[in-house]
Design a protein around this ligand. Structure first.
Ligand code: FDA
Length: 504
């Protein structure tokens, strides 16, 4: 720890040698240090006076800067945290238990769309919204299956899988990556051809921070119709939410692949007197016109009681707004350089493989109503997700998964965090009988340190890491360890939940 601070001067000298001091370096004394640090720090839970801050923030302007930073950090034993969009649920891209620097990729956000070839190169520092925008700027019949939330960074999103409202049609963002440029532990830039096969496999779902710094990705664009249809309807318990959620579990994963229908569950006021109820909000995007969607819904899920005016046709790019809580008639310019919303919160994830009965749902509502602040979103799987083998990418939650649960709790800056983090932990505990078991699956991009973490020096034994690793990756964990041990045997790229490197 202390040694990294004493080498600080040597480290800066090292940085300035090869590239003539052109790497922007921000020290805690720099006037823009705080604004850069906080720029993509969405979770205010990690922005307190007791949160450890980086002793430097480096904001490379080109790939070669990233290479130099890796070489010099390794030489001087400095811990790097890589940040793209800063959305890590546990703040791992900008926090650490040990002295560290942030390598922030926000200047590397170029997006190069090739409409004829239906591909694009995207730098890791771009956001999901910028990718959507750049594609839509050139074509209204091409899109990409990335996040529902448009401020999410590409670097972390692609590294851990990345899902959105085209998941059932085109599966994950990572499933649509065809090449990448990564700076490895030796400071070399490797692409798909020059990197090990196992490494190209690992970086498409094995989680950020373990294998190197991916600077850019080549993605395969997907076809979208010029007109898509959305709807959003909400029902309270009095309006039959329980039966609808019960039915939803049976149909959502089996609907046509063109149809994505998620359900959000939150606690709301039932009466002006403050009596509470559960509100189930069904949000949907259909890759087709309203008439066709109406036929599908009447056939598969008539109980939802949709009326013709509920179906709203629009362009694919406009439909992006629905799931991001932006008014759907906004200008698409809002997707470029949108600042991240700030809040205090914690999230967790679960996978459900068996329909939860009505009686059990009622128990879940009761539990939610007790704590009031908790919410969940059920994200439907099935469709193309079933057609990809568990071992094809590190992301293993494929065939047999009915839906994912995103558990969340948000609170006000003035409240005591423990009250709410305890709530979500209680809820998670409560859900045990209803979700996947041995292992209880989790989504690596919904990072959750409750599942375990490395020791303070950033290392974990295989056995330790397997506890969270098998939840995130199931049987793919061993292969990730194997690749990691080969490409980064000294465990230079690490964080509190990274893949360990072991001697074989
Ligand atoms: P961040 O910069 O924090 O990086 C995350 C991790 O990856 C860190 O460990 C970091 O060091 C590492 N990393 C970053 N860049 C890297 C690079 N270039 N090379 C190697 N490692 C790198 N997910 C989803 O699938 N669909 C969704 O719709 C959403 N929505 C959503 C909304 C909100 C508000 C939040 C906070 C999060 C989500 N997520 C999500 C989860 C999201 O996918 C996850 O947090 C990603 O890791 C975020 O990527 P960033 O680049 O923004 O994060």
């Amino acid at each position: 720890g202390a040694s990294s601070l004493t080498h600080h001067g040597d480290f800066l000298k090292c940085l300035s040698l090869p590239s003539k001091a052109s790497i922007p370096v921000h020290t805690p004394q720099s006037s823009n240090y705080s604004s850069i640090l906080e720029s993509t720090m969405g979770n205010l839970r990690f922005n307190t006076s007791s949160t450890a801050k980086p002793f430097l923030i480096l904001t490379p302007l080109k790939e070669s800067h990233v290479q130099t930073i890796v070489v010099c950090s390794r030489k001087h034993g400095i811990q790097i945290k890589v940040r793209s969009g800063g959305h890590d649920f546990e703040g791992l891209s900008y926090m650490s238990d040990v002295p560290f620097i942030i390598l922030d990729l926000f200047n590397l956000r170029e997006i190069d769309v090739d409409v004829n070839g239906k591909v694009a190169w995207v730098q890791s520092g771009a956001t999901t919204g910028e990718v959507y925008y750049k594609i839509a700027e050139k074509s209204n019949t091409l899109g990409f299956p990335a996040a529902t939330c448009t401020t999410v960074g590409i670097g972390g999103l692609f590294s851990g899988g990345g899902y959105g409202f085209m998941l059932r049609k085109y599966s994950l963002a990572a499933d649509n990556i065809i090449d990448a440029r990564i700076v490895d532990v030796h400071g070399r830039i490797l692409n798909r051809k020059s990197m090990e096969k196992g490494l190209f496999w690992a970086i498409r779902g094995g989680g950020g921070g373990s294998f190197g710094i991916v600077v850019s990705w080549k993605i395969k664009l997907v076809t979208v119709p010029p007109v898509v249809t959305i709807f959003s309807v909400s029902k309270t318990l009095a309006e039959g939410a329980t039966s609808l959620v019960h039915k939803w579990q049976q149909v959502a994963h089996k609907l046509p692949h063109d149809l994505f229908l998620q359900v959000g569950l939150s606690v709301v006021d039932a009466t002006p007197e403050g009596e509470k109820t559960i509100l189930a909000t069904f949000d949907s995007m259909y890759l087709g016109d309203a008439k066709k969607l109406q036929t599908v819904m009447q056939d598969k899920f008539p109980e939802l009681g949709l009326e013709s005016q509920d179906y709203i046709e629009m362009s694919w790019i406009q439909s992006v707004f629905l799931f991001d809580g932006i008014p759907t008639n906004s200008s698409i310019d809002i997707l470029v350089n949108r600042p991240q919303a700030k809040s205090m919160g914690k999230g967790k994830s679960d996978y459900v493989k068996q329909v939860i009965s009505k009686i059990e749902l009622e128990k879940i509502w009761e539990r939610m109503l007790k704590d009031e602040q908790n919410g969940m979103v059920f994200i439907p799987y099935g469709g193309n997700m079933n057609e990809i083998a568990e071992s094809e990418t590190p992301f293993p939650h494929r065939n047999g998964t009915l839906f994912m649960i995103f558990h969340f709790v948000f609170w006000d800056e003035k409240q005591v965090p423990e009250k709410y983090t305890n709530q979500i932990r209680r809820m998670y505990e409560f859900m045990t009988p209803y979700v996947s078991k041995s292992p209880r699956g989790a989504y690596v991009n919904y990072r959750d340190l409750d599942l375990g973490q490395t020791s303070i020096n950033g290392t974990a034994s295989y056995a330790q890491a397997k506890i969270w690793g098998s939840k995130y990756f199931k049987g793919n964990f061993d292969k990730l360890v194997y690749v990691k041990s080969k490409v980064d045997p000294d465990n230079f790229f690490r964080n509190e939940q990274s893949i360990p490197s072991i001697a074989y």
